[in-house]
Design a protein around this ligand. Structure first.
Ligand SMILES: [Mg+2]
Length: 432
């Protein structure tokens, strides 16, 4: 139909950036403390009883083989001069804000994705300018470097999925442009798991149908995909073909509409290192709950149900437990506490039964409703901060001061560049 053609044409003329701050937590620490620049550095928890793990690493630590998720003592063995710093939530918030401030000078259509990533819709901006998208992307990258001391990788495309792909394609400190002329050469040869929203379960199903690359997915028969994956199959095929038309949704605490297709928010980590003590498990639960709660707040949802998924280190078997809360919430502390209670009720959290992976999920979602919105309109940021404070207080009462530092300062999934796309993506139910 001609109207469809017109829409498609308009879609292809969009200019979307995805900007990803590289090694964000370590870079923010180095930007904040000039004496640490150029030094192998990791952000990590407490080193008690040889149990602390690496949560993020600088480029210099990565260069000598330090891996996210490994024990701090192992990282030290690889890198004798390694500097370990404890995470500082407020610093990362600050750098996230500073980067967004730069983005907002180019467009008001900025959709944050965690603390260190954002989509920008530059269509309108560039229509009024004679500059190329590449030129503007390079300028943004240079400004973040000059003004913040951090590098970004930026993907430029006509849709969000390919823009995100581009920011992962070359990094750090790179700009990748994916256009209709080159996407078959750049995106299609990549593993299908590199595509946003393709999780490990989906990847396994696709693989068993002989679909290994993004190009295979793009060219697969819609019937086959529907049989294997249901409705999601068709959606993923659309994404692989560059036909993702979803808009960049600016983050606005007071906005009305919510995406009702989203059924849950989840985040998980499979650690290369056994989780065999309470402190590590607690840090991880906090970290995951924080990112889940943050995404809930950004998407303007509260959740009634919190679940925890556990993967056993011995045989990699897994199970899940869930609890329904008396009131829906998006407060980090409430979600973390619910997940933690579920975990301690089911696991000894000691050397007798080490774990390999943990997952936290919030479901049974309720949009943040109208009466609450009036309240928010009064002062949205303050309200969000109050929620955070409330969470901190709750943790402090329950677990004491040390855990608060760990709990609230530990952060969002991009901290763990371990397996980000696979496990740490906002997804409607059934997408994994
Ligand atoms: Mg990043």
């Amino acid at each position: 139909m001609p109207e469809d053609g017109l829409l498609e044409e308009r879609n292809r003329r969009r200019v979307i950036f995805h900007s990803d701050m590289n090694a964000f937590y370590a870079s923010a620490e180095q930007a904040e403390r000039p004496e640490l620049r150029g030094v192998p550095l990791v952000v990590g928890g407490h080193e008690e009883r040889r149990h602390g793990i690496v949560l993020a690493k600088s480029a210099q630590a990565k260069a000598v083989g330090v891996v996210t998720g490994e024990a701090l003592w192992q990282a030290r063995e690889k890198c004798p001069g390694l500097v370990v710093v404890t995470p500082r939530y407020d610093v990362y918030q600050k750098y996230s804000r500073l980067a967004r401030r730069i983005y907002y000078q180019y467009t008001d259509l900025v959709e944050p994705f965690g603390l260190d990533e954002a989509w920008l819709d530059l269509t309108g901006t560039l229509a009024l300018s004679s500059r190329s998208a590449l030129d503007v992307a390079c300028e943004i990258s240079q400004r973040v470097k000059d003004e913040l001391g951090c590098t970004v990788s930026i993907g430029v495309s006509w849709n969000k999925v390919f823009a995100k792909f581009g920011s992962d394609y070359r990094k750090p400190d790179a700009v990748t442009v994916v256009v209709p002329d080159n996407y078959r050469d750049i995106v299609w040869p990549a593993s299908v798991g590199d595509l946003l929203y393709v999780g490990s379960a989906t990847r396994a199903k696709l693989h068993s149908s002989g679909i290994d690359t993004v190009g295979d997915l793009a060219c697969a028969s819609p019937e086959l995909l529907r049989r294997r994956l249901g409705k999601v199959g068709g959606m993923l095929r659309t994404f692989a073909r560059g036909e993702d038309a979803t808009p960049v949704k600016p983050f606005d605490m007071a906005r009305n509409e919510v995406d009702r297709t989203v059924k849950s928010f989840g985040n998980g980590l499979t650690a290369p290192h056994d989780i065999a003590c309470e402190a590590d498990a607690r840090a991880l639960i906090w970290l995951l709950a924080e990112s889940v709660a943050q995404r809930l707040r950004e998407a303007r949802f509260r959740a009634r149900t919190v679940s925890v998924g556990v993967r056993d280190a011995a045989d990699l078997s897994g199970y899940g437990r869930q609890v329904t809360l008396p009131r829906a919430t998006n407060v980090t502390g409430r979600i973390a506490r619910a997940a933690w209670d579920l975990l301690v009720a089911n696991e000894p959290l000691d050397d007798t039964r080490p774990l390999r992976g943990l997952h936290v999920r919030a479901s049974n979602l309720e949009p943040m409703d109208a009466p609450q919105q009036l309240e928010l309109a009064f002062d949205p940021r303050r309200r969000a901060l109050e929620d955070l404070d409330e969470a901190v207080d709750e943790l402090r009462r329950r677990f004491g001061n040390t855990c608060i530092q760990r709990g609230t300062e530990l952060l969002d999934e991009s901290l763990l560049d371990l397996d980000v796309k696979r496990d740490n993506v906002v997804h409607p139910v059934g997408w994994f």
